[in-house]
Design a protein around this ligand. Structure first.
Ligand SMILES: [Zn+2]
Length: 737
């Protein structure tokens, strides 16, 4: 029994011992577990901190800051088209350019800049209450929320946690890697940038940027900034927004589609009411204001045709309406340049441009553009023909001698549409004799086939007609509207040009071949409208081309006679930058040397006589002080008249005719020069004598009017001529007493 008891006792004790051991064991295990867990946490924490430190040291530039100066983001600012401002004030950074046009369309992104002083205080407070209630106190980072955000980011989830400062930076940089290591890296960058931005800018600066670039769209309309949102959702200017409306707009930010008042008013109001509560809590509104706002029934307009205050500014009167003739072209060119730079289609580039973020510097001379627009609509400028009830159509373009278009008017009619048909750029018209300087005289002089005073007989060449029969060609046109046979008289080259006699260029083309001239026009002078069927005498001698030329290209080709033979690309856009200041396109200052400097100058001198001779076809264009070199052009059957003039500053041209081609009923075709002068004379004319500069490669010498050779001792009748230094005629040895 005792044994049994003992045994049992032992057993019990054993049992007791075992129980205690188990307990101790459990505690040990638990302790070990807790210790391990603690160590794991510490080690993980250390690794985390180390990794964080490495990230900070490696990836975050602690001096990294962001400029809020222009306070616009690459994805939120309206694209602008600028032009030079003649009243440029170096002290005023805003004065460097006129704003020609804001690229905003009804169905594109809307973003309207507004100064913070125009944003009601309670609207500002609504955003602060909703997004960052400690905004006014913190130094750019709200560490409590930021740590939470980092943990969430590591877990592959996203969470707000960004201060208004950080959100502003995110919107400006467009950097938005959300999860994992990249997310952490961005957050850390953002922290340093936020701290730096707060050192550089005031809270007002930051809030102003934030309110202007925050995305507030509804998933259909892309609305950027509070002004555009006030316009779009409530049909109001930001200054007229009330407290409830402010809370409604502030509510959108968290999730623009879910909280949108147009499609999800219930969700929007739920959050707006929470924001109103916050506003009351932080003392932004009174109890009375809170009560009133909570009970207000919002009127959502969702106005798709809203206009803002800024649209009434005359500078951007065209923003949502039609553009000027110049802007039509500048927009098209900007689209092409953006497409090339971005490697996207033109359609995508157009959307991109209208989505915002581009600053396009154009070559427009706004004063000139306005003046030409006015002159083109003035009937009296076209009345030299005394054509009753008869409206001539016309187009005009002015380009500087480096190919920058300064002004363009596509038609005489009032412009009523976007991207309207522009005769100068979209239309093709036969250039007539305006083709001669660039297709025959210029290349022939370049090849030394002629000099200024070479003598050419007014006689036809023989070509094959359509049936393969030999025919004498071409007839001459008289400027009174009849065709005349050949005089077989001798003329100097410059006289042939000034009288616009057709036989001389025909003879020159005969020597060079039509194909040579065709290639010269196409390759050296960028005439793009030429087609294979234009490799013929008519096309390159008298401009009887299959399609004709765009006036823009014809005038552009003439720049070579004013700038020493250089053919620059004709452009409307100088430079395109992003709002962040990156240049994505800049016009090259490269050119093709189409003809030599000396050829260009001698041609210029010959073309001056078109204007200066009493019988010159361009005589009515003559100016008092400014020297011009020009050529008239009449197409067959007098359906088109063109005039292209080079001055020391510009190359400009005008075309007149009818939309549906028919003969211009007049006997005074030379009046095309007068029309050019009516439109452009005031601009081209200068107060003092204004002439081209002679290059050293050209020699001025008297020639014998009997032989066209350099005058000798016995030549009694002489005149001044201009010669390429490399091709001076022999001296006349005749006895011309
Ligand atoms: Zn002589």
């Amino acid at each position: 029994m005792e044994n049994t008891t003992k045994k049992a006792s032992v057993k019990r004790r054993k049992k007791k011992n075992t129980a205690a051991a188990v307990a101790i064991q459990s505690i040990k295990v638990l302790f070990t577990f807790l210790l391990s867990l603690f160590l794991i946490i510490v080690i993980t924490g250390c690794i985390f901190v180390t990794v964080l430190t490495i990230y900070v040291l490696n990836f975050a530039d602690t001096n990294d800051t962001i400029a809020l100066d222009k306070a616009v983001s690459a994805t939120s600012s309206v694209s602008k088209f600028l032009c030079d401002n003649p009243d440029y004030d170096p002290e005023d950074p805003e004065s460097d350019a006129y704003i020609l046009y804001y690229a905003v369309t009804n169905h594109a992104r809307r973003a309207q800049w507004v100064d913070l002083s125009d944003v009601p205080t309670y609207t500002q407070d609504a955003f602060i209450a909703a997004e960052d209630e400690r905004f006014m106190e913190h130094d750019g980072v709200d560490f409590k929320r930021t740590f939470g955000a980092i943990v969430y980011t590591l877990l592959g989830r996203t969470q707000g946690g960004s201060t208004i400062t950080m959100q502003t930076i995110k919107n400006i940089t467009g950097e938005d890697d959300r999860t994992g290591a990249k997310g952490i890296e961005r957050k850390i960058k953002e922290i340093f940038r936020a701290i730096n931005v707060e050192k550089t800018y005031t809270k007002d600066d930051i809030l102003q940027s934030y309110l202007n670039i925050i995305g507030l769209g509804d998933g259909w309309q892309d609305i950027v900034g509070v002004q555009a949102a006030a316009n779009y959702y409530f049909g109001k200017d930001i200054t007229q927004l009330d407290i409830a409306e402010s809370a409604s707009i502030a509510a959108i930010t968290n999730n623009p589609v879910y909280y949108n008042p147009i499609n999800n008013l219930e969700h929007n109001q739920e959050r707006a009411h929470w924001i109103l509560g916050k506003m009351l809590e932080i003392g932004a509104i009174t109890d009375g204001e809170y009560e009133y706002a909570m009970n207000e029934e919002l009127v959502i307009t969702g106005d798709p045709d809203f206009r803002s205050r800024e649209d009434t500014d005359e500078n951007i009167a065209d923003s949502e309406g039609m553009t000027s003739w110049f802007m039509d072209e500048a927009i098209d060119e900007a689209v092409t340049r953006i497409a090339v730079d971005r490697g996207i289609t033109e359609e995508e580039a157009r959307t991109d441009l209208y989505n915002g973020g581009y600053i396009v510097h154009t070559s427009c001379d706004l004063d000139m553009q306005k003046k030409i627009e006015k002159e083109m609509t003035d009937k009296t400028n076209f009345q030299s023909w005394n054509l009753p009830e008869d409206e001539l159509q016309s187009t005009f373009i002015c380009i500087d001698l480096q190919g920058n278009v300064k002004a363009i008017v596509g038609k005489r009619d009032e412009k009523t549409e976007w991207d309207e048909f522009d005769i100068a750029t979209d239309g093709t018209r036969p250039p007539g004799s305006c083709i001669k300087p660039i297709a025959s005289y210029g290349p022939a002089l370049e090849q030394d086939l002629i000099t200024y005073s070479s003598i050419i007989k007014d006689e036809p060449i023989e070509i094959l007609d359509e049936n393969g029969e030999k025919m004498k060609w071409p007839v001459n046109y008289s400027e009174t509207g009849s065709s005349s046979m050949w005089s077989y008289n001798n003329y100097f080259v410059w006289q042939m040009l000034a009288r616009s006699i057709n036989t001389a260029p025909a003879q020159l083309i005969n020597k060079m071949t039509p194909a040579y001239s065709y290639n010269f026009l196409k390759e050296k002078l960028d005439i793009t409208t030429l087609v294979d069927t234009d490799i013929n005498y008519s096309a390159v001698t008298v401009g009887g081309m299959t399609y004709g030329t765009h006036l823009k290209e014809l005038v552009g080709a003439y720049m070579i006679f004013g700038n020493g033979g250089k053919k620059y690309e004709v452009t409307f856009v100088d430079r395109i930058t992003t709002v962040n200041g990156d240049t994505i396109y800049e016009k090259s200052d490269g050119y093709k040397q189409a003809i030599s400097e000396s050829t260009a100058y001698v041609m210029n001198k010959m073309m001056q006589r078109v204007v200066n001779e009493s019988y010159g076809t361009g005589r009515y264009a003559r100016l008092s002080n400014t020297v011009i070199a020009a050529k008239t052009g009449t197409s067959s059957e007098w359906k088109d008249l063109s005039f292209v003039a080079v001055s020391p500053d510009y190359v400009s041209g005008v075309w007149v005719g009818y939309d549906e081609q028919k003969q211009i009923p007049t006997t005074q075709y030379q009046n095309i020069g007068a029309i050019w002068k009516n439109i452009f004379g005031d601009i081209a004319e200068t107060e003092k004598h204004h002439d081209f500069t002679a290059p050293a490669t050209v020699v001025e010498a008297r020639y014998c009017t009997k032989t066209g050779l350099i005058a000798g001792d016995r030549c009694t009748s002489t005149e001044v001529g201009y010669y390429k230094q490399t091709n001076i005629p022999e001296t006349c040895t005749g006895n011309h007493y």
